[in-house]
Design a protein around this ligand. Structure first.
Ligand code: ADP
Ligand code: MG
Length: 325
C-alpha cells in the first residue's frame, strides 16, 4: 500500500537533522515557531535543484539530499552566517520508500553536521525537484557581502575549484579517469560538496567581500567585482588545482575547469592589503585551505592573465571538453 503524505512526512522528515532548543515548534503544525537570537540578524536563502538541470537524472538519492542542503549552507557560509533551520519543499514523482530513505539520510547527516534542524516543508507529486530554504543568523553588522571589495585588494579562493565540474563530467560519462581513487575523489566533490561554513564565520573581520563559487571562478569573481564597483584580474599561473584533477585531465584543462566549471561551493573573498598579514597569520592556509587567485582592479570586467598578458576564455568550456579536445 502506498504511503500517505502524512506517513511519508512522519517517517522521513519529522525531527530530522539537529535538535535545537530554539525550535519551539517544528514539523507537524501549520508553521514552525523559531526563537531568533537577540543581537543578531536573521539570514535567509533559498535554492532549488531540478533533476536533469542541476543534477543528472538518476543521481544517488543521498547525494540529492546532501547537495540540496549543501548549496544553501554555502550561501550562508558566504555571508559569514551560522545556519540554524531549514524548510524543505520536495516534489517527487512517486513515494519510493528506498529513495526517500536515502534522500532523507543524506540530508539529515549534513544537517546534523552543521547543527541545522529541519523545521518544516511541503511535499508534492511531480517531476523530481528539491527546494530548501535555509535560515540562520549573524552577529549584527558583521555579515560578509559581495559588495565590500575595492581595487587593489587581494582575492583568494578556498579549496581546489574545478574538481566538482570534472566529477559531474564523470557522472555523465563524458570523462574517463582510469585511476579509481582519483575518479572517486572527483565524483565525491560533485556529489557531496563540503560547504565552507566555518571558514565563512572566521573570515568576518578579514574579508571585505565574499561570494560562494557555484558557477565557476571566473564568472563568480566577476559578480563579486561588479557588486563591489570594480573589476578583477585572475592569475592563471597561481590557480590552485588538486593533484587528482591535474592528473586526471592535465594541468591546462584542470585550470580551464577551475575557471569555468561549476558546482564547487568554495568561498571566493577579497582582503584589503592592510589585512592580508593578519589573515595569513590567524587563518593558516595549511589549516584553512585557501589560496591567492588574483586581485581586484579599477577597470571593470573579469580577465585572466598568464605571464602578464590577458588570455581569451570565450572559446573554453564544456563543448570542447565533451568533444575530448
Ligand atoms: P499544510 O497543509 O498545513 O501545509 P502539510 O500537510 O503540507 O501541512 O504539512 C504538514 C507538516 O509537515 C507541516 O508542519 C509541514 O511543515 C511539514 N512538512 C511537509 N512536508 C515536509 C517535508 N518534505 N519536509 C519537512 N517537513 C514537511
Ligand atoms: Mg503544505
Amino acid at each position: 500500500m502506498p504511503l500517505s503524505e502524512f506517513e511519508l512526512i512522519d517517517r522521513f522528515f519529522r525531527g530530522r537533522g539537529a535538535s535545537r532548543s530554539d525550535v519551539r515548534l517544528g514539523v507537524g503544525d501549520d508553521a514552525a515557531l523559531l526563537e531568533c537570537p537577540p543581537d543578531r540578524e536573521l539570514v535567509a536563502a533559498i535554492d532549488t535543484l531540478v533533476e536533469g538541470a542541476h543534477f543528472p537524472a538518476g543521481s544517488p538519492a543521498a547525494s540529492v539530499g546532501h547537495r540540496a542542503l549543501a548549496v544553501n549552507l554555502s550561501d550562508l557560509a558566504a555571508m559569514g552566517a551560522e545556519p540554524a533551520w531549514a524548510l524543505l519543499a520536495l516534489t517527487v514523482p512517486r513515494a519510493d520508500e528506498r529513495w526517500l530513505e536515502e534522500f532523507s539520510r543524506g540530508l539529515a547527516a549534513l544537517a546534523k553536521e552543521f547543527g541545522v534542524a529541519l523545521v518544516g516543508g511541503d511535499t508534492t507529486r511531480g517531476p523530481l525537484c528539491v527546494t530548501i530554504q535555509i535560515l540562520g543568523s549573524v552577529e549584527r553588522d558583521t555579515a560578509l557581502t559581495r559588495s565590500g571589495g575595492a581595487a587593489e585588494e587581494a582575492l583568494y579562493v578556498s579549496g581546489t575549484p574545478g574538481d566538482a565540474a570534472a566529477g559531474l563530467q564523470l557522472e555523465l560519462s563524458r570523462l574517463e579517469v582510469p585511476e579509481a581513487r582519483a575518479a572517486r575523489y572527483l565524483r565525491d566533490r560533485f556529489l557531496f560538496p563540503a560547504p565552507r561554513v566555518a571558514l565563512g564565520r572566521r573570515l568576518r573581520g578579514y574579508a571585505s567581500a565574499c561570494i560562494d563559487v557555484s558557477d565557476g571562478l571566473l564568472g563568480d569573481a566577476g559578480k563579486l567585482a561588479r557588486a563591489s564597483g570594480c573589476g578583477v584580474e585572475l592569475d592563471y599561473e597561481i590557480l590552485p588545482v588538486s593533484r587528482m584533477l591535474a592528473e586526471a585531465v592535465g594541468p591546462e584543462r584542470a585550470r580551464e575547469l577551475a575557471l569555468t566549471g561549476g558546482d564547487d561551493y568554495e568561498l571566493l573573498f577579497s582582503v584589503p592589503p592592510s589585512r592580508v598579514d593578519a589573515l595569513l597569520r590567524d587563518l593558516p592556509v595549511e589549516q584553512w585551505r585557501y589560496a591567492r587567485v588574483g586581485t581586484l582592479r579599477r577597470e571593470p570586467g573579469a580577465v585572466v592573465t598568464r605571464n602578464g598578458s590577458v588570455i581569451d576564455f570565450s572559446h573554453y568550456g564544456f563543448d570542447h571538453f565533451a568533444a575530448g579536445r
